[in-house]
Design a protein. Structure first.
Length: 253
């Protein structure tokens, strides 16, 4: 499944079910009635700066790393101390796939300072990435090692991954990303729910995760229940007892 195509499919389905979708904009601020968010101010990201305001009865904040509610209003986010990794990755053509596994299987190999993935993609390329602790990465960078040098030396030290790519060609620049695993102490409150990557106990640790997981029915039911719960003080996770009966107007960021 190509992620961009999957996302587009979900978006178009939402439109077909009557959801009003705003594309090419970003939410800049929220307005509250007490502790309850009631409207959002938005602006276009195109050259022609258009602005506006949308009101709602309920808010689902799925703004991910931006964390509009958690970062700017609730101040409830803190980063997970157990996940402090850095990933370096690039894309290869002509790489082999595992011969002792189903077609498209992901290869995972160990190295002294971490592990390496090899993920065959739909277009015949392979994503190959190194995951190492940020302390190790920092030490090697201080030794004047480039991203590509760190990356290629790790592959050379991993017989499994080296065997897959040795007949291939690296066709991209090396990208780098640090873990952004974090927790939110508050999951819901009056008229709002934090969804997606903002959920309490949400982990982003460079692990291959199915995109189908967010679609599990119990997760959707939990969202609906949270939208209809009126509790004060703010709700902690996993304590929703009422059934969802009707959903008024709500905004999904």
């Amino acid at each position: 499944m190509v992620r961009s195509e999957f996302d587009h499919l979900l978006l178009e389905h939402a439109k077909s079910q009557g959801v009003q979708v705003f594309e090419g904009i970003e939410v800049q601020s929220l307005s509250f009635d007490g502790d309850r968010p009631r409207s959002a101010t938005w602006a276009s990201v195109a050259e022609k700066q258009e602005t506006g305001e949308i009101s709602f009865d309920f808010l689902v904040d799925a703004s991910g790393r931006a964390g509009i509610m958690a970062m700017h209003y609730l101040k409830s986010r803190h980063y997970h101390s157990a996940f402090q990794n850095v990933a370096l990755w690039g894309y290869w053509t002509g790489a082999k796939q595992l011969t002792n596994a189903p077609k498209g299987a992901i290869a995972v190999g160990s190295v002294q300072d971490g592990w390496i993935w090899g993920i065959p993609l739909h277009n015949g390329t392979m994503s190959v990435g190194l995951v190492t602790h940020k302390t190790t990465f920092k030490e090697k960078r201080q030794q004047s090692a480039s991203l590509e040098q760190i990356y290629l030396e790790a592959i050379d030290a991993c017989p499994l991954i080296k065997g897959l790519v040795e007949s291939g060609e690296l066709v991209s620049k090396i990208s780098a990303e640090q873990d952004y695993s974090y927790l939110s102490d508050v999951l819901s409150g009056p008229g709002y729910f934090l969804g997606g990557m903002q959920r309490a106990s949400s982990i982003r640790s460079f692990q291959p995760v199915s995109i189908s997981r967010p679609l599990v029915g119990c997760w959707l039911r939990r969202v609906l229940r949270a939208l209809c719960v009126e509790k004060s003080p703010r709700s902690k996770p996993a304590h929703f007892m009422r059934r969802a009966t009707a959903i008024p107007t709500f905004a999904w960021l």
